[in-house]
Design a protein around this ligand. Sequence first.
Ligand code: SF4
Length: 345
Amino acid sequence: MMQKENLFGKTKKELQNIAIGLGLAKFVGNQLAEWIYKKNAPSLDDMHNISKKAKSLLSDQYVYEKSSYSSFQESIDGTKKYLFQVEGGQFIEAAYIPDKDRATLCVSSQVGCKMNCLFCMTGKQGFQANLSSAEILNQIYSLPEFEKLTNVVYMGMGEPLDNLDNVLKSIEILTAEYSLAWSPKRITVSTIGLIPGMKTFLEQTTAHLAISLHSPFEEERKKIMPVEKVYSLTRFLSEVKDFDFGGQRRLSFEYIMFKDFNDTKKHVDQLARILNGVKCRINLIRFHPIPDTPLLGSDDKTILQFQSDLKKKGIITTIRASRGQDIFAACGLLSTKELLKSVKS
Ligand code: SF4
């Protein structure tokens, strides 16, 4: 039997076309969009202004499903990691990070990842599947803290721009008037620098962009990020230099600090050189060692010195607070495999 398509994850336009295809009025598509995204209706039955006949036609061919999380772990600092089951029975994770007046959700965009960065647990898992727009949005809509969310970052499992269509669709829906009407300024997408996807993302949205840099030297970056062999930092920097980051749109560079690898004065000087003329900021990130990698994290003193040196060069530099470390939710440690292992043991 053919699996029924989910209404959740479809744009208003697509819902209108579904309505028309079933012989219903186009505005039924508008009503569906509002119930699904604005009112977060639990089921078709809860959509009071949609007729019984329309509901019956819809449910003959479609389902409307948001799926609850399978389990969660809570860190002593309040960070929570939710595990969701997706199509094919695999699991993905979303990390909820409350912080004073902000509450950020870090969502996954793929099951596993193809990019094989040396420092990343998800990379070690290999690639299993792209998430659909419904599976991306479900992490947000099915979150118990949904109402509290102020920001969403696409920094969980996967490389978002390797699943461009579904990521763009999820952003389109989140920011649409018929939905949550979120400002794109509340959304950040992180990439390791996939140039074609990055250009489309920059043209089609105004959400923030975060690029994982981790070294200002091409040869060094190649050692930890195979993507450098295809899309070099020189090339993606030249793309962002040409792009207007005026207004409120933010460009940031993520920089994980590895002991005796990328944390020296030479790196500060080179960062200042390559980022000259780019309106951006750098986020320094502590590295928490993972199994099977020779990399170690820089110590706090080195990180603070690195920050101070970059600031002296005129680059806005922050140190990202490490959150949820005790539940493996810290950046780069999101790995279903590890979670499942820890649950079993
Ligand atoms: S750091 Fe990001 S792009 Fe690299 S392997 Fe991990 S999930 Fe993939």
